[in-house]
Design a protein around this ligand. Structure first.
Ligand code: PGA
Length: 255
């Protein structure tokens, strides 16, 4: 069984560094040994959050990165910049970035650049909608295979794949996926990884769920859904919910 990981994606929240520090401190009180916790925060907050204190089990993540090392890329941030402020994880391919033009090819380059500097990529994959013929499986397969295409197979265990069906994300979501839908996709994603590496590698890659995940359904996603953890949007902006989900993950590992 892979170690559980609960990742918060704060997106473009909260609105000030003071509020960010407050939220980070509250989340820090809920940490549980045996569960990795990560907060992916907006760039301007990273350095202040690091000063509050990070540990092996409580790490900082970024929400985006550029794949080039340096140069004339106005508004972009490089892997070494992230590393220099203590970032250990970075989201790539989030559907909100794909909607702004991030392609599978860019995701692959970002995964390569992050892998080189030992920042763990959190690779978001997921279909926009489900069709009865199952073509959505091809979409997810293409995203998984493309995003891993530039790194060595030995590095697959150092990435996290987040299954985030686009229809389940955010306040306009239809609904969260069901634990059964999550289970099916986690098996499918593992098979995709196994096909391009081997079974042992596929088993050691952490695959998590994201999209309207909440305190109410967290246990079911971890048990029946077979998720190795969560990428939480809205639930990560509420320290109480975030903390409860961390606790649920810890109960789940001791079973
Ligand atoms: P949500 O966001 O939990 O608010 O649906 C998840 C995400 O976008 O990563």
């Amino acid at each position: 069984m892979n170690k559980k990981i609960i990742i918060g994606n704060w997106k473009m929240n909260p609105s000030s560094v003071t509020d960010a520090e407050k939220l980070f401190k509250s989340i820090k009180k809920s940490l549980v040994k045996g569960v990795d916790t990560v907060v992916c925060a907006p760039f301007p907050y990273l350095q202040s959050l690091k000063k509050i204190g990070v540990t092996q089990n409580f790490a900082l993540g970024a929400e985006n990165v550029h794949f080039e090392k340096e140069g004339a890329f106005t508004g972009e941030v490089s892997t070494s910049m992230l590393s220099s402020v203590g970032v250990k994880y970075c989201i790539v391919g989030h559907s909100e970035r794909r909607a702004q033009g991030e392609t599978d090819e860019m995701v692959a380059k970002k995964v390569l650049a992050l892998n080189k500097i030992k920042i763990i990529p959190i690779i978001c994959v997921g279909e926009k909608e489900r069709d009865h013929s199952g073509f959505y499986l091809n979409t997810v397969k293409e995203q998984v295979v493309a995003s891993l295409s530039l790194i060595p197979k030995a590095s697959f265990k150092n990435v996290i794949v987040a299954y985030e069906p686009v229809w389940a994300i955010g306040s306009s979501a239809l609904r969260a996926a069901t634990p059964a839908e999550c289970h099916e996709m986690i098996i499918f994603i593992r098979k995709c990884i196994s096909d391009i590496s081997n079974q042992a590698t596929a088993h050691s890659t952490r695959i998590i769920y994201g999209g309207s995940a909440s305190v109410e359904d967290a246990g079911a996603f971890l048990n029946f859904g077979m998720a190795d953890g969560f990428l939480l949007g809205r639930a990560s902006l509420n320290a109480k919910s975030f903390g409860e989900i961390i606790k649920i993950a810890s109960i789940n590992i001791s079973k």
